[in-house]
Design a protein around this ligand. Structure first.
Ligand SMILES: [Zn+2]
Length: 136
């Protein structure tokens, strides 16, 4: 991994300890997001191997999985991935959802899931099920 300034490999890689890294593009995307939003971003879930994805309750076609392990790739290409993140906004009058939705598509994000407690899913899926924004 070449980016160590903001994100630790241990947070980006599969949490089961198998060492599976995310696709490179989603790493560059979250790095760009960190630089653009200028607030800390914490990685809650990065790459997932099949076993760990199952343990996390992830979908069988989750973009956290490597392409070859997705049940349905929706026509996406190899260099697609996903991260679950928490954005800590220092400006209390602004909501992170707005900043994320406004900024992320310009940085290559094509899938945005907004969850409560400031958590969000971002991905760069490029299959027939993208672009998309949802809540969960
Ligand atoms: Zn794993």
């Amino acid at each position: 991994m070449i980016i160590k300034e903001y994100f630790k490999e241990s947070k980006l890689n599969c949490r089961c300890g198998c060492g599976l890294p995310p696709q490179l593009t989603i790493i560059f995307i979250v790095y760009s997001l960190r630089i653009t939003l200028r607030v800390p971003i914490y990685i809650i879930s990065g790459a997932r191997c099949l076993r760990h994805n199952k343990a996390e309750g992830g979908g069988e076609s989750s973009l956290h999985l490597p392409l070859k392990d997705r049940k349905n790739d929706h026509g996406a290409t190899e260099d697609t991935g996903a991260l679950d993140i928490v954005i800590h906004s220092v400006a209390k009058h602004r909501h992170y959802e707005y900043d994320l939705i406004k900024t992320a598509p310009h940085l290559g994000v094509t899938g945005i899931g907004i969850k409560n407690n400031k958590m969000a899913h971002i991905d760069n899926g490029n299959g027939t099920n993208r672009p998309a924004i949802w809540t969960y």
